[in-house]
Design a binder for this molecule. Structure first.
Ligand code: CA
Ligand code: ZN
Length: 303
């Protein structure tokens, strides 16, 4: 199944246009770059950008069987990149924003598994910047991350990883976009190598589990993810959630789980440049392989 010409700029309930998709089958999303494919060359003047139409996500789709209170499991099966990425920097934006005197654009060709940054070859790390479901309240612009996912810019949301998202509305209203051919953790200058792509995922609904914020696993690690305007609050939320996982699954007290995290948990930046910052806490699967809360029994499940 292919979803391509359906674009949104905010994640929210969208009963009229959401396409129904089944569970356990590959679904491919054709995604535009975060500039909505507006930047056609390095001479492009950033002032001309239509800022009301950036960070497009492709979707939303209505996932059959997903109900409010469930968890949506999203397996990232493949990310197929186009052949040229775009970067930019803007006065006032990003970690060095105060030092930037004028905006500029850089085109980065992608060839044979490398991003060609002038003569420097950077191995591609295709990742999905914007991915999420309709949030609990009002629609949230696709450029903003939160408990529903959104613009998390997490380098670990890549081929082979599995993202778990809380479901706030029946059908979930999943969408994704903003693929990067590569990005450094933190995304300090406000863009990765922004690029159009074909993203293939597979959905599964997990019932009887609830969680506040997205979680992720890849081959070797489990991750909690949290976003907040205040970076330290995001750090607290991601750490607290991982501590809870270790307490529950390894039967540790808070003190023990916290010391274990202090010994082998890696706190990592996703991005520090959006209005809400995003961080993750990583724990090796050799320590704990279980990222979800325990399944509630049917009788204790309250939807
Ligand atoms: Ca982004
Ligand atoms: Zn991006």
């Amino acid at each position: 199944m292919i979803i391509k010409d359906q674009i949104i700029y905010a994640m929210g309930e969208n009963k009229e246009t959401a396409v129904r998709v089944p569970q356990n089958e590959p679904v491919t999303f054709h995604t535009r770059d975060c500039f909505n494919n507006q930047i056609d060359g390095e001479e492009y003047v950033m002032d001309g950008l239509d800022w009301d139409h950036i960070n497009p996500a492709t979707g939303p789709v209505w996932v059959e069987g997903a109900r409010a209170g469930d968890v949506l499991k999203v397996e990232i099966l493949d990310i197929e990149l186009e052949d040229e990425g775009t970067m930019c920097c803007l006065p006032g934006d990003g970690v060095l924003g105060r030092d930037i005197l004028r905006s500029s654009v850089k085109k980065v060709p992608v060839r044979d598994g490398f991003c060609l940054f002038d003569r420097i070859k950077i191995p591609v790390n295709p990742m999905i910047g914007v991915i999420g479901v309709a949030p609990a309240g009002e629609p949230v612009p696709c450029g903003t991350p939160g408990s529903h996912g959104g613009n998390m810019d997490n380098t670990k949301i890549a081929k082979g990883s599995i993202l778990y998202l809380p479901v706030f509305h029946d059908g979930a209203y999943f969408s994704c976009g903003d693929v990067h051919a590569c990005m450094g953790d933190g995304e300090i200058m406000v863009s990765g190598v922004e690029i159009g792509a074909k993203v293939t995922v597979r959905f599964e609904v997990i019932r009887g589990v609830s969680m506040k914020d997205p979680r992720l696993e890849d081959e070797h690690y489990i991750y909690t993810i949290a976003s907040d305007k205040d970076l330290e609050k995001a750090v607290y939320k991601a750490t607290k959630a991982m501590c809870g996982i270790l307490e529950r699954h390894l039967n540790y007290s808070l003190n023990e789980a916290g010391m274990l995290l202090s010994a082998c948990g890696n706190l990592q930046f996703c991005q520090v440049v959006d209005p809400e910052r995003t961080v993750r806490m990583a724990v090796p699967k050799t320590v704990c392989g279980w990222v979800l809360p325990e399944l509630k029994t049917e009788s204790s499940y309250n939807g």
